[in-house]
Design a protein around this ligand. Structure first.
Ligand SMILES: Cc1cc2nc3c(=O)[nH]c(=O)nc-3n(C[C@H](O)[C@H](O)[C@H](O)COP(=O)(O)OP(=O)(O)OC[C@H]3O[C@@H](n4cnc5c(N)ncnc54)[C@H](O)[C@@H]3O)c2cc1C
Length: 504
């Protein structure tokens, strides 16, 4: 039987980060990935030589000495990840509230965003200042948001105990202002009435500060991982999963049975996969019903219906061409909570992302659109795998693509003759591509007062990380891996690595 110090299950950004962190301190790691390719949501796909992003389009956190930069440095891949900042004076993000026919451009930087909002909402200066001051205070007081502070036990802030909805309700009654300040709920997929005000701030503040794409998209992270992993004691098993956690004694799993028939032992095993799938892997006879109920009560975040397209151009496209505000959010109504209701009728909120993508010697104007979607919309095909779905599924997809295109052309009429859709993906597509049980975009909801699956499981040597642990997104999933990895390697090794890599 093979023996490793650690097993890491899932090779998305969470699994890759954890595998590197563990291996950097000399631990032997087995990285187990169910798909044939590693990278999970970070993977791109190509059509006619044009690259398209699947689950990573942009992120905050590239300005100054940020958590993201520090984490990249900690695992030794920062020099391989090059941000491409979007926006600037024209704004990185535009929000259109269709029902009110109102449009807001949010420039980069919290101060600039606050000033712009004060122009749009002249009677709300106090609310806007209070929102940004609160968001900054929450981030400053959250120990996990800096690797540079000594480890501190997480403190529950007052903003952890109220919902975003309630927090904003205390500041303003202006529905449009609330919508604009809630817009980054789209990047974690939980309703404003369900997420804590603090967790919203932890995600949104970085996005207000700066928004960046990454050169070569999520593929850059996968390539950086591969490069860095060379020479480190990481063994990768693709198209493999753990089918059984066996020989449990003293709440410790002694043997891991893999789907390829191999059996291995390990001191620790960390799952960076969906909590429902973690539960499926645990030996049921050793877990309490309360734990099972807790996990099965978790609810999926929103899913996405994605339309991937390119603007055909007879002329060569310059890689440095300006493309206007890169992120456009279309909200049918200012009620973001209602937008996250799977039973709501009518158009859904959508996000249009425009970028110049270069592959080889050619650049392309890529326009991808993500529309909020739910399994409720695709219930009739939930039990069919790809290739088994009937015509009605294709018709549903075609209808959606046409409606999304019409909404896109309403904003950018000049695209009507040149926009070419290359692929459409429903939550079912994401379910299969990401091996996720529900096709949700961000794993399970981080609901206020809910105890997510993070850190040690009810077994001494099993742990949970990944996007459902702390917060989703590249930063959230990496941060969960750093916290879990730190616990595994121990404080001394962690502090030594921090010193070597970050000079602190
Ligand atoms: C459409 C969409 C758009 C998004 N846009 C952004 C964005 O712009 N910016 C951003 O920061 N975030 C974005 N996200 C969210 C972000 O992609 C995720 O939060 C993050 O990448 C999750 O990383 P992860 O490693 O936790 O999980 P994943 O990337 O899902 O990786 C999990 C891996 O585990 C594997 N796996 C699953 N089950 C098993 C098993 N039983 N055994 C072995 N392996 C298994 C999967 O195949 C996968 O490779 C988006 C997500 C989606 C779906």
């Amino acid at each position: 039987m093979g023996k490793f110090d650690d097993i890491v299950v899932g090779s998305g950004i969470g699994g890759m980060t954890l595998a590197l962190l563990l291996a950097e301190t000399g631990r032997s790691v087995l990285l187990v990935e169910k798909s044939r390719a590693i990278g999970g949501s970070m993977l791109r796909f190509y059509r006619d030589g044009v690259p398209f992003d699947t689950g990573f389009h942009f992120t905050g956190g590239f300005v100054g000495q940020s958590l993201l930069r520090d984490m990249l440095q900690l695992v030794g891949i920062d020099e391989m990840i090059r941000p491409v900042f979007v926006g600037g004076s024209k704004g990185s993000s535009r929000i259109l509230i269709e029902s009110h026919d109102r449009e807001f451009d949010l420039p980069t930087g919290c101060a600039a965003a606050a000033d712009a909002l004060k122009g749009y909402f002249p009677g709300e200066h106090g609310a806007i200042d209070a929102y940004f001051a609160t968001a900054q205070r929450v981030c400053d007081r959250t120990a996990g948001m800096s690797l540079r502070q000594p480890a501190a036990f997480p403190v529950l802030l007052p903003e952890d105990q109220i919902s975003l909805d309630e927090g904003l309700g205390r500041l303003t009654s202006d529905a449009a202002l609330k919508a604009v300040l809630s817009i980054y709920a789209m990047t974690y997929g939980t309703r404003p009435s369900e997420i804590s005000f603090a967790n919203h701030c932890r995600v949104a503040q970085g996005m207000h500060e700066s928004v960046a794409r990454v050169e070569n998209g999520g593929d850059a992270f996968v390539r950086a991982f591969r490069t860095r992993a060379q020479g480190l004691p990481i063994e990768l098993k693709r198209a493999t999963t753990i089918v059984e956690c066996a020989d449990v004694q003293n709440r410790t799993v002694g043997r891991f049975v893999l789907s390829d028939g191999e059996e291995v032992a390990a001191d620790h095993c960390t799952f960076t996969i969906h909590p429902y799938d973690i539960l499926k892997t645990l030996p049921r006879e050793h877990i309490k019903k309360a734990f099972v109920n807790r996990v099965t009560d978790f609810e999926p975040t929103i899913g996405m219906f994605a339309v991937y397209g390119v603007l055909d151009s007879p002329e060569p496209v310059s890689p440095s061409e300006a493309f206007g505000p890169s992120i456009l959010s279309l909200l049918p109504t200012p009620d973001v909570d209602a937008m996250f209701d799977p039973h709501r009728e009518g158009d859904q909120a959508l996000v249009v992302m425009r970028s110049i993508e270069t592959a080889g010697s050619r650049s392309h104007r890529v326009v991808n659109v993500l529309e909020i979607s739910f399994t409720e919309h695709i219930r009739q095909w939930l039990h069919c795998r790809a290739g088994e779905r009937d015509e009605s599924y294709l018709e549903y997809k075609e209808r959606h693509v046409e409606r999304i295109k019409e909404r896109l052309f309403a904003v950018y009429p000049e695209y009507r003759g040149s926009y070419r859709v290359v692929k459409a993906a429903s939550p079912l597509t994401f379910r299969e591509f990401l091996n996720s049980p529900d096709g949700s975009a961000y794993g399970v909801k981080q609901k206020i007062g809910q105890h997510s699956l993070f850190g040690r499981l009810p077994f001494r040597n099993l742990f949970a990380a990944g996007q459902s642990a702390m917060l989703p997104g590249v930063i959230g999933s990496m941060a969960a891996s750093v916290v879990v990895g730190r616990g595994i390697i121990g404080n001394d090794a962690y502090v030594r690595l921090l010193g070597e890599r970050l000079g602190i």
